[in-house]
Design a protein. Structure first.
Length: 335
């Protein structure tokens, strides 16, 4: 294995490191040992093809099919991933996290989903983890290595800044040509990091995280909070987005920097990938800063992912208007 580049980011006085490495990820040596190996697959399809990482793992004695039959955590419905049980000590990675299809869009567009999938595993099972992953999209799928490297680094830095407990991320490439392109992009982004990290703070006290099918309830929350705290600065995307700016960037910046995040629990909320993104990002920040960020409002009965069922919430089921009004007053008083 050849370490091509190293990038150390300081978050809340804790070092977070990203490395670019060239070599065979399935044959990771002991000096590059990690807690978690990230792989990708189509849903329930673990055929060890000759050009895939699953195939390389099979040649190294690891059957992803057998790992899938005895999962430690099955999070495919909530986060399109599952976590394996521990592997034998002879391997340089303790567990495998398999990200399955069901993502939104092309490989550059779903890199944020990859780190969203990592978040519950790191929070629940492997805090301060070291993780190795391939340069997704740049192999058989044929996406430019520089584009994939940029997307992965942007997503990794965003989630580290949110508080993702990722001690070390190794991005491993095998091809010399891909390595050269990836390295150039890695160095360019590393050099630009100070300019990218301007840390412009949003002007919001509260972020409303809701599914658009529940817009009426979200608007009720806005009015209810404002009746208690008239000067509250509230981000509710329909009324708060700036014309001409990136919608995704505005939402991410406002979410990460709002004092509180009100999550409106409904069946549609927990079926929405975007809502789960917002919830997971807020939870990661809450754990990171040790202060209450999330203010869940349980509005309609839903299947809450089991990792989140123990979080306290205000119970307003079933669409109880009086209880929702009381919750809004409590939320306004908490700002």
């Amino acid at each position: 294995m050849d370490r091509l580049a190293k990038w150390t980011i300081l978050h809340r006085n804790t070092k977070r490191t990203i490395e670019l490495v060239r070599g065979d990820l399935a044959q990771l040596p002991a000096e590059h040992a990690v807690d978690l190996l990230v792989i990708s697959a189509f849903r329930n399809d673990y055929i060890p093809t000759t050009t895939s990482l699953i195939g390389s793992l099979h040649d190294a004695g690891i059957s992803v099919q057998k790992l899938a039959e005895h999962k430690k955590l099955d999070l495919r419905e909530e986060f399109s991933c599952w976590l394996s049980n521990s592997l034998p000590d002879r391997y340089a990675f303790r567990q495998v996290l398999c990200i399955e299809s069901g993502w939104r869009g092309s490989p550059p567009e779903i890199t944020d989903d990859l780190f969203r999938a990592l978040t519950p595993c790191l929070l629940a099972s492997i805090p301060e983890a070291s993780v190795a992953m391939p340069l997704i999209g740049a192999g058989d799928q044929g996406w430019p290595a520089s584009q994939m490297m940029e997307a992965i680094l942007k997503a990794a830095i965003s989630w580290i800044n949110r508080g993702l407990q990722l001690r070390l991320l190794k991005i491993v490439v095998r091809s010399q040509a891909i390595a050269e392109s990836a390295l150039q992009q890695f160095r360019e982004m590393q050099a630009q990091h100070s300019a990218l990290e301007t840390n412009q703070r949003s002007e919001f006290d509260l972020f409303i995280s809701y599914c658009h099918k529940d817009s009426h309830a979200a608007e009720t929350i806005v009015r209810g909070v404002q009746s208690t705290r008239p000067q509250a600065r509230i981000f509710c995307d329909k009324s708060s987005l700036r014309a001409g700016a990136s919608w995704l960037m505005q939402v991410a910046e406002s979410l990460d920097n709002s004092k509180r995040v009100a999550a409106l629990y409904t069946p549609d909320y927990w079926r929405s990938a975007s809502c789960k993104d917002e919830f997971t990002a807020a939870l990661a920040r809450q754990n990171d800063i040790g202060q209450t960020v999330l203010f869940p409002i349980y509005y309609r009965s839903a299947a809450i992912p089991y990792l989140f069922r123990n979080l306290e919430y205000i119970d307003c089921r079933e669409s109880n208007g009086l209880k929702l009004t009381e919750a809004c007053h409590a939320l306004g008083n908490s700002l």
